[in-house]
Ligand binder design. Sequence first.
Ligand code: ADP
Length: 877
Amino acid sequence: MQPNNPSPQISGKSSPTGEKTIASVEMLLHRMMNRIRQSLELPAILTGTVAEVRTFLETDRVKVYRFDPDGSGEVVAESVAEESLPSLLGQHFPADDIPPEVRELFLKARQRSIVDVANQEIALSPLDCPETGESITQDDIRFRSVDPCHIEYLTSMGVQSSLLVPILHREQLWGLLVSHHSSPRQVTERELQIVQLVADQLSIAIAQSTLLEQTRAQAAQEATINRVGKLLHSMTEMRLQQALELTVSALQSAGGRVYIAPPNHKEEAQLFVCGDWGVDKNGVQEKESGEKVLEQSPIPFEEHHTWQKWLDTQETVSPGKQTWAIADLHQLALPEYLADTFDGAGVRSLLVIELQSRQKHLGYLSVFRREIEIETLWARRPDRDDPRQQRPIISFETWREFKQGQAQGWTNAEIELARALGGHFATAIHQYQLYQQVHSLNASLQQDIEERKLAEIKICALNAELEQRVQERTTELQRANTELVREISDRKQAKASLERLSRQSELILNSAGEGIYGLDSQGKLTFINPAAARMLGYQVEELIVSIANKDLNTYPTYILPKFLHESGDGFMHTILKHLKPDGTLYSWEENPICHTLRTGAVQYITGDIFHHHDGTKFPVEYVSTPIREQGKIVGAVVIFKDITERQIVERMKNEFVSVVSHELRTPLTSIRSALGLLTHGSLKNQPAKSQRMLEIAFDNTNRLVRLINDILDIERINSGKVTMEKQNCNAAELMTQAVDEMQAMAEKAEINLILAPVETHLWADPDRIIQTLTNLLSNAIKFSQPRSTVYLSAKLQDSQIIFQVIDQGRGIPEDKLETIFGRFQQVDASNSRNQGGTGLGLAICRSIVQQHGGRIWVESNLGDGSTFYFTLPVSNQ
Ligand code: ADP
């Protein structure tokens, strides 16, 4: 059926209602423009406009018909004279009522049509060329006959005259401005122009209104985004549940869910659900608080292996954007698991946004819509037997159509809104996870710090303790060290002292003139000094035999613990062959040294006899002293000396005393008897005898004086009381003086005294040398026969001078050649009386010569005379 087959009559000059005044037209346009300007609400504009247009055209109905995307349409505004025509407001007309080609001409040529049912004519007036789209400058009105179906259609509606003017918006056919009249009516050209102007104004109003709607929708979206964003980006907590609810509401969905994938293997997934998602059977439980959480099992569908696979097969809203807007799940072949899941939840339309932040998958935001029932009020019930509407429409009866199980798809604006919200969710979740990470890092950092602090405190405490210990230990060590140093120093000192003492002791022992030896408590030798060994005729080493296996370190070298003598036992008593002074052998028990060892008594013994190694004996004087250790006698020290010489000296002294007493007593007795005779006067009358007595007394007195002088002289020389006053002197002069002194004595004894002087210098005491020479000359004269000769000569030999006094007297027996140099030694004791000698002359001579570093001796053949020699060193000067 061609409903719009035009057959109206267009009158260029008049209309059935008469020509409108220009003023009224202007008023109409003015009011409409004002309305459009004043209101932005399209329904009000449309309602006002249809009223104005009907008033202007004075027709029974003026309506605005709006096309739906599928080509069908709806009456969205209407002004109707209800007594003439029924209201069609809100009624839908199928797409077929206005075929596509007609809609095409509406759009491309902006073609208006005027139908005159009575004349079955239609007038078509395009504004633009359908081929080029350019405006047609001159009115081009074409008349055609109307399709009978269209006539019937209009007639059924009760319309005799119709006027259709397309309304365009953004180069799309938005709708139609339609005027219906129940009786035939002419449409003037001017009316057409005016209605066209109105339609143009409506286009503007629609544009404005659409813009406003868009702005409002955008504002609403932004508000939603802001609210969701606020909920999600709250500093304190992420109110995901509320954000989800807001999202579901803003997207006019039945429910939604946010699935957050586990950020790591330690954590679990999180699921937030809103609305009647209806997936309880899949494991979501609602808590008392309203929060719906996932049960332990089964897993959320987002974790099911079919989910991602299925999503991958689905087209995204645009390439690269992980958003899936599925208008109708029933149109798709779903995996069984998902089909069950969605069917169970009553999910029909699904909008899924993958939550990503910086290429990291975080989860999904899903919202869904259930299927809906769509109610449409149709202007008439479609003829099901004539789906293509081939038969004429003969009646219009409104028909309310209910369509069940309809899917409600997603608009671009909704998809964009969902994407924007998804972005916020993703960012918020990511930030929340980062925050959680940071928080847990902070917590562990805090814990770390706490632990480190504790550890530091512990370390500090340990350090302090350690330091204290080190300090204490150091102090202890220092103290110990100081003590050690002191001890070492003490020991060194002690050792040094000991060594010094040892050395001193050794020196003392070694240099001691006395023999010193030590015995142990058994009387065995423990040490012996060199003097003792020498006196006994041994080397120390001989007495100290093997000391192997003995601890030498505890003894100084000179103290050797044990030794073995030839006897094998080191028993000193046996080595010494210790004898009593009378020459009988001691038994060890009666030995005074044994007594010391037994009793500790110090023994001073003189006259005992020790044996020399060669078997000779010598008298000793010794002291034996006990050695005590801690009060116990552990040995004895014996200090001894050889008293052989002392015994000789004592013997000599005894002899000297007896000789002196004899030598003094004899002249004294003689003097005493002479003086006695004279004193008693018995010789008073005998002058010659008296004279003789006096002479005897005088001679003996001289002798005594000489004797005493000699004794004192030799004693003073030997004791060092008389020092030799040495000086440079001439040997010849000394010899001459001596001979001169003795000349008188020689003449008296009729001895020829011959001198052979030697000229040489001597460093000597001249008086003492003359005394020596005169003494020797005196003896030579004394012991020579008269008329014999005595010679005094000298010779130089090796830096010394040898004086010789030669006589031709009686000579001296060989065994007296040495002894005559001793005191009071004479070959013949009668000499002293006969010759007036004292026996001290040669002793004095020897002392003087020895004091000059020379030697004196005699050579003699008995009966042939004697030669006395003495030497003196020759002076170098
Ligand atoms: P003195 O002559 O006073 O007796 P001396 O000491 O001078 O003492 O001499 C000791 C002794 O030596 C003499 O008594 C004498 O027997 C002997 N004698 C000394 N000179 C000679 C000598 N020229 N010829 C022989 N006998 C001498």
